[in-house]
Design a protein around this ligand. Structure first.
Ligand SMILES: CC(=O)N[C@H]1[C@@H](OP(=O)(O)OP(=O)(O)OC[C@H]2O[C@@H](n3ccc(=O)[nH]c3=O)[C@H](O)[C@@H]2O)O[C@H](CO)[C@@H](O)[C@@H]1O
Length: 376
């Protein structure tokens, strides 16, 4: 342990923060296999399952988010934050990292704050075109800030910014599954056109409503669908489908573990406009209809989406218009090969190909420098 480089990676809450973190960890391990990596997440959140599933150790902090509607509840949030900082300090003292990476989400706040206070170099990765609160607070002490969109100097010190794009899980890029096998893995028919419906890592109420209200349309479309509902909506979704009778062309699931298969199967994708999902569509050249969530800070998903729509690299349906328009547009588009081809060509131009490796390299440089200066 003594000679190896040690890196802490912290953050999570949703897939949009967790999967870039895993991808950075994989790239560090690939470049420098002896490096030790420890994740720090938030107790009870998605990272506590997904990170060990990716093969990494994670420790949870008792951190929670501020409740903007019920201010009284925030007293306990402050106590949790304080306890999280103490725990983060203890973790850093024991693990002795040479660098710390923050990917946004609750846990990265206390962890990177403590790392910065203890003199450990920090790097933050901002996935969106609008900076999150945690990252804005952490930016002052950060050595490097890796971003995915231009114009981020309105939030961060220009000197620290590196335009890297969002890291995408290596398994998505290296997958060798073919279309037929991919479609069969969802119990569907390789002869049919396939639309993948995803609502980000947690699912999307509006998109789910469109499907539940459009089951008759789906039955008569001649197209088949892979529908990810998110874990909060799966029971309602399954009950609604059961009531409508057997629909063989619809595969319903709460979460898709093998996104490589889902993307390979799909001729067209319907999705929220989370930054991580968008990076995947660009790299995999997927024709997509984006329905940005209106419930995120500063409407950042609409900004994420418009960056593509303005370059004719994606179709766009407003959340408020989705119920009337979404399914009809998707069913019509999936049968227009020229439209699909143009969308695919245009979205491919926006891909950042080597994001995880570039970020891993920056983290490595920070860690090596710190090690040289502190361990003689
Ligand atoms: C509601 C909310 O706060 N959304 C934010 C969250 O989105 P969210 O967590 O939905 O994240 P993204 O859309 O960025 O990424 C979703 C990730 O989950 C994966 N996936 C999705 C579904 C599934 O069944 N299986 C699976 O593996 C996708 O392949 C992708 O890697 O973080 C993003 C990145 O900071 C933000 O841009 C979003 O605005």
């Amino acid at each position: 342990m003594k000679d190896n480089l040690r890196i802490i990676i912290s953050g999570g809450g949703t897939g949009g923060h967790i999967f870039p973190a895993v991808s950075i960890a994989n790239a560090i391990k690939e470049q420098h296999p002896d490096t030790e990596i420890l994740f720090v997440g938030a107790e009870g959140r998605m990272e506590m399952q997904r990170v060990p599933a990716a093969g990494y150790k994670i420790i949870g902090l008792p951190v929670a988010g501020f409740d903007r509607k019920n201010l009284l509840k925030n007293f306990s949030v402050l106590i949790k934050l304080f306890r999280s900082q103490l725990k983060a300090r203890q973790i850093i003292k024991e693990f002795k990292p040479h660098a710390a990476v923050g990917v946004g989400g609750y846990a990265s706040g206390p962890t990177l704050k403590m790392a910065g206070m203890m003199g450990i170099p920090t790097l933050i990765q901002e996935q969106n075109s609008y900076a999150g609160v945690t990252n804005k607070l952490l930016a002052k002490k950060a050595c490097k800030i890796c971003v995915a969109y231009e114009g981020m100097e309105r939030f961060f010190d220009k000197e620290k910014i590196i335009l890297t794009g969002n890291p995408v899980r290596q398994g998505l890029l290296n997958s060798s599954i073919d279309r037929e096998k991919a479609i069969q893995s969802f119990g569907l028919d390789p002869q049919k056109k396939t639309i993948l419906i995803v609502g980000g890592s947690l699912g999307a109420r509006t998109i789910n409503n469109c499907v539940m209200q459009g089951l008759e349309k789906i039955k008569n479309s001649g197209v088949q669908f892979i529908w990810q509902t998110g874990k909060f909506y799966i029971n309602e979704a399954k009950a609604t489908v059961a009531k409508a009778g057997e629909i063989t062309m619809l595969h319903t699931t709460d979460f898709i573990s093998d996104m490589a298969a889902a993307y390979t199967a799909a001729d067209l994708v319907i999705s929220r406009a989370g930054a991580g999902s968008i990076s995947e569509f660009c790299l995999l050249q997927k024709p997509v209809i984006l329905v940005p969530s209106p419930n995120v800070a500063e409407d950042h998903q609409t900004k994420n989406a418009l960056a593509l729509v303005n370059k004719e690299a994606a179709l766009y349906v407003k959340d408020s218009e989705a119920t009337q328009k979404l399914l009809d547009l998707a069913i019509a588009t999936v049968s227009q090969p020229d439209t699909l081809k143009n969308l695919s060509m245009n979205i491919a131009k926006l891909a950042f190909k080597d994001s995880a490796n570039v970020i891993a390299n920056e983290v490595y440089k920070l860690a090596v420098k710190y090690k040289k200066e502190h361990e003689r």
